[in-house]
Design a protein around this ligand. Structure first.
Ligand SMILES: [Zn+2]
Ligand SMILES: [Zn+2]
Ligand SMILES: [Zn+2]
Ligand SMILES: [Zn+2]
Ligand SMILES: [Zn+2]
Length: 200
C-alpha cells in the first residue's frame, strides 16, 4: 500500500478531491486515475491533464466553463496568436475576431462555418474586390462579384440579380441607390404572364 492504507484519504492535485483507496492513485502519482487525462473539446484528443491550462481545467471541473480547451488549442487557427479560452466561441478553432465576418448582402455577422472557404480567403486577399457572401445568401443567388440587392417593382422584394430576367436587369436599380424600382422579378413576371394568358 503505497498511500498508507485504505484508511488514509489522498488529495488529488488535479480535481482537489480527497479520495479513499477505492479511487486509486497510480503508484507515485499525485493525481487520481480519473484525472489522468481529459479529452479536449476542440481537437477531440485525449490529453494528459498537464496539457491543459491549470485554472481552465479547474473551472471546467467546477462547471464554470462547459468547453474544455487544451493549451495547444488556445492558438487561433486564423491569426496564430495564443489567446485566452474566453476569446473563442464554444469549441471553435478560431478566435472570435477570426471567426466572425460580416456578409455583404444580409449584413449579418456570420460564423466561419456559414461562409464559403474560398470566398472568405479571396475576400481578404489584397487587391481583390470579392464581397463576402454567406452560404444562405449564395443560395439566394448573391455572388462575391455581385452582392447587390435589386428591388421588384411589383412585390418590392429585395433580391439578387438572378431573381430578375435578363431584360429587367438593365433597368433594375441597386437597393443602395434609392431610385424607384421599375421591373418586376421573375416570380411576378410569371404571375403577370398567367394573368395575360387567362384574359386572352
Ligand atoms: Zn482527481
Ligand atoms: Zn485541443
Ligand atoms: Zn484569431
Ligand atoms: Zn448573408
Ligand atoms: Zn416581385
Amino acid at each position: 500500500m503505497a498511500y498508507g492504507g485504505a484508511m488514509i484519504a489522498s488529495l488529488c492535485i488535479v480535481c482537489n478531491i480527497r479520495h479513499n483507496a477505492k479511487t486509486p492513485f497510480s503508484s507515485g502519482k499525485q493525481y487520481c486515475v480519473n484525472c489522468k487525462s481529459f479529452t479536449c473539446h476542440v481537437c477531440e484528443t485525449a490529453k494528459e491533464w498537464r496539457l491543459f491550462p491549470d485554472s481552465h481545467l479547474h473551472h471546467w471541473q467546477s462547471h464554470e466553463n462547459k468547453i474544455l480547451r487544451c493549451t495547444a488549442c488556445r492558438v487561433c487557427s486564423g491569426c496564430k496568436a495564443t489567446k485566452d479560452a474566453r476569446a473563442f466561441d464554444g469549441n471553435s478553432k478560431y478566435c472570435r475576431h477570426c471567426d466572425m465576418h460580416m456578409c455583404t448582402p444580409c449584413g449579418e455577422t456570420q460564423r466561419r462555418n456559414e461562409l464559403d472557404e474560398n470566398n472568405l480567403e479571396n475576400h481578404y486577399v489584397k487587391g481583390r474586390t470579392d464581397a463576402l457572401v454567406c452560404l444562405s445568401c449564395m443560395k439566394r443567388g448573391y455572388t462575391p462579384r455581385n452582392p447587390e440587392h435589386y428591388i421588384c417593382s411589383l412585390c418590392l422584394c429585395e433580391n439578387s440579380r438572378s431573381a430578375f430576367s435578363a431584360a429587367a436587369l438593365v433597368v433594375c436599380r441597386s437597393a443602395t441607390d434609392k431610385r424607384e424600382p421599375s421591373e418586376p422579378c421573375k416570380d411576378c413576371l410569371k404571375i403577370h404572364e398567367r394573368v395575360i394568358y387567362n384574359n386572352l
